[in-house]
Design a protein around this ligand. Sequence first.
Ligand code: PLP
Length: 423
Amino acid sequence: MTTPTNAETPAEILAAARRDHAALVERGLSLNLTRGKPSARQLDLSADLLSLPGDRHTAADGTDCRNYAGAPQGLLELREIFADLLQVPVEQLIAAGNASLELMHDCLAGAFLGTLPGAEGRWADAERVAFLCPAPGYDRHFTLCERFGIEMIPVPMTDQGPDMDVVERLVSSDAGVKGIWCVPKYSNPDGVSYSDETVQRLASMETAAPDFRIFWDNAYAVHHLTDEEVEIADLLAACAESGNPDRAFVFGSTSKVTFAGAGVAFLGSSPANVRWYLERAGARSIGPDKINQLRHALFLKDAEGVRAHMRGHRELLQPKFEAVERILSKQLAGTGLATWSTPKGGYFVRLDVLDGCAREVVRRAAEAGIALTPAGATHPYGEDPQDRTIRIAPSFPELDALEEAIEGLAVCVRLVGAEKLVA
Ligand code: PLP
């Protein structure tokens, strides 16, 4: 592969990039960088779960986990393991089904069809329901909004979290703004962790809607990639101290701790919100899968057990994230064609190319057999106004395939960038 030197003219750089891309297409690769899911080797770390709970079927309090009755809030021993990790008092933490996304869906459904604590009525009867969507963000949050007819208002992300001046202005002036999506630690896709000041301002800001809710999706609470294990401020405590105890719904799950889609999801909130949720959940289901919860409690043992288990994930993931950083630096640093995040945790790298180039980079990569998440998916309505951001998911491919894919991606960034600069 040719690396541009200062001596080359833009036309020469473009000609070289075209040659590199043609050679890349010629190779007929089939690589995939779209999947934000654990690799098989990561899943192997939890293999023992498959033979648990063995012939044991009673919870610590004697509940027979094989039967309907008991533990509507989830097994206490599992909630005790995750309470501190998710910054939720154990009595305010619910252990539920297999997906936190389901809990987010159910909180929205409950707000539309019932009345949230502090609300004047159902959201279904409100003139307008809008959510603030820090962007780039997680596409499934945006899908939920579309499904419920919730208007999405993009808010720029900073390296401290959402731009709080914008957030405060919007929530204080518009009673139709009922919520905000937040991925507060190692955010998807840019790996940002919210500063203490951001958390404090979210907890204490004046909102025109009395039933405003923060959907605090702490999906990557324990998913560190470096020795610096980032801690964020405790939102639930900050809300309570600010006189807004019912403002936050905290979500988490073991999807990227144990088995993706076969783990346990958690919801934490104020006592009033927890009662509200459990009352609705009791109509929807007789109770959660206690056997799966027992299996998880026996496997993870305690909070230190979770931390130790996550160090195993880190060992497998860190070389992949380092490879992305190394290759992007080698191929693109100093070209002015791209910037990218170097996350300290989570599952994604954010790559920003020249304005107006992201869709074309994704298209050129597809031509070369490298599948990328569609440009725009990181923004509400699939529209990245600057057509700039691409989400890279390094976890799933094997290291050599990942390296090949990132090298190929860099070729596409150089090609599309050079085309733009020469045009
Ligand atoms: N929230 C975020 C920010 C995610 O990135 C993901 C999965 O990629 C999820 C939630 C899904 O979690 P679950 O499997 O618990 O529904």
